[in-house]
Ligand binder design. Structure first.
Ligand SMILES: [Fe+2]
Length: 404
């Protein structure tokens, strides 16, 4: 993140003698990336290093279901993720749908908060959540983020957290990457500010509300994901949220999809116009995240608002429809539908939706969808994805064109 924040108490000069609490020598930790060359934050612990474990590491007793389903015919997919049953909490309830060498796409529908005083850390992937339903608090060592429907939550690798629900349900889309997730480079000026031509304003992020140190001794399990979905439990001898302060450019934040300020042109715009986040380095590796938000359709006198048939040979495309107001797929999708078009599978509007869309020239649409496009990375579906696929999707264009 370009914004450098300071919360709580930190010494003005890094790695110098400091007492965050009277008489207590604060212990410094660097949460870095890219080998001390990328975004980083320094954290000042009240009295214990985060290395102090009360118990030896052991298996957490569960693994993430990161198992691709092999040997299925190549085809376009429509996954009805709304039908996937809810259950468990925001960690144990994860159901992966798409898997690649550096990317994982899952849904999680927790029905309860994570157990009290139990924490999670993704040690192998950066995380991006999109909140489809539910509210709650995403608590981290950096502070608390309140979340609500329409929020993106950007969580750098290594952040320790606990998810508390306000009610008894939530529906989250989770996108994981080997690489940090931030604004596209092309949106930023040399100083790291979002340019005035960008659809995002970096100061519209919501940052963690710092609570001060929870300075308690005890046994605090932190479950850490690693090695392709294994989970190890490390039990700290003190509360993991024991910071007296922190400062830096690496921290979790929330961003409301409504703050993606869509830019439109007279004729149809290709997806990069709708990009919000980037992971890795487009267009070489990682992925792009696009937000299809409510905006004016093109106003050229002969504009066709619906997209063209298309495919990008170097991208696998996942699209999550937060609402069903997407004219090109009318009658096919519902809230929570996910399309997945892998390996150069072409896709297009359905039926005569392209012709019908001409009536929407210059009018405001009410769509909301999140798209993930990989770069030079193929994704495979999982058993869960296969189970919740719409079996008629591959033939749906033919059927709608011919009324069969
Ligand atoms: Fe597409």
């Amino acid at each position: 993140m370009a914004l450098i924040l300071r919360r709580g108490k930190v010494p003005s000069t890094p790695h110098t003698e400091f007492y965050g609490k009277p008489g207590l020598f604060s212990l410094e930790e660097i949460h870095g990336s890219y080998g001390f060359s990328g975004a980083w934050s320094r954290k000042l612990h009240a009295r214990s290093y985060p290395t102090e474990m009360a118990l030896p590491p052991k298996s957490a007793g569960f693994v993430m279901d990161h198992k691709p389903l092999a040997s299925k015919p190549l085809q376009p997919f429509l996954l009805q993720t709304a039908d996937i049953p809810a259950g468990q909490d925001a960690v144990r309830g994860r159901r992966s749908l798409l898997l690649g060498s550096s990317t994982v796409v899952s849904v999680v529908k927790p029905v309860r908060s994570m157990p009290k005083d139990q924490y999670f850390k993704n040690g192998e992937k950066h995380e991006l959540f999109y909140v489809q339903e539910g509210r709650g608090t995403f608590s981290t060592e950096f502070g608390d983020l309140k979340f609500r429907p329409g929020h993106y939550l950007v969580v750098p690798k290594g952040v320790t957290y606990r998810v508390e629900l306000d009610g008894d349900s939530a529906f989250l889309l989770l996108m994981e990457s080997n690489w940090p997730i931030s604004w596209p480079d092309r949106y930023l000026n040399p100083e790291g500010q979002a340019m005035m031509t960008a659809p995002i304003v970096e100061t519209e992020i919501e940052t963690p509300v710092f609570r001060g140190p929870i300075d308690k001794k005890g046994r605090y399990p932190v479950e850490i994901q690693h090695a392709g979905g294994l989970v190890t439990r490390m039990t700290l001898s003190h509360h993991p949220f024991d910071l007296v302060g922190w400062e830096g450019a690496l921290y979790p934040f929330a961003f409301d999809i409504k703050n993606h300020h869509g830019i439109q042109r007279e004729i149809h715009s290709a997806p990069p116009q709708h990009q919000t986040f980037e992971s890795g380095k487009a267009p070489d590796y990682g992925f792009a995240i696009c937000s299809f938000v409510s905006q004016i359709e093109g106003w050229h006198p002969k504009e066709v608002p619906a997209p063209y048939a298309h495919f990008n040979v170097d991208s696998d495309e996942m699209m999550f429809f937060s609402n069903a107001n997407y004219a090109a797929r009318e009658g096919v999708i519902r809230p929570g539908s996910m399309t997945f078009h892998p390996c150069s599978v072409v896709h297009s509007p359905h039926g005569d939706s392209a012709r019908r869309s001409t009536s929407q020239r210059g009018k405001k649409n009410d769509r909301r969808a999140v798209m993930l496009d990989t770069f030079f990375e193929n994704l495979q579906i999982t058993e869960t994805a296969w189970k919740y696929r719409d079996k008629g999707y591959a033939m749906s264009w033919y059927k709608m064109a011919h009324g069969t």
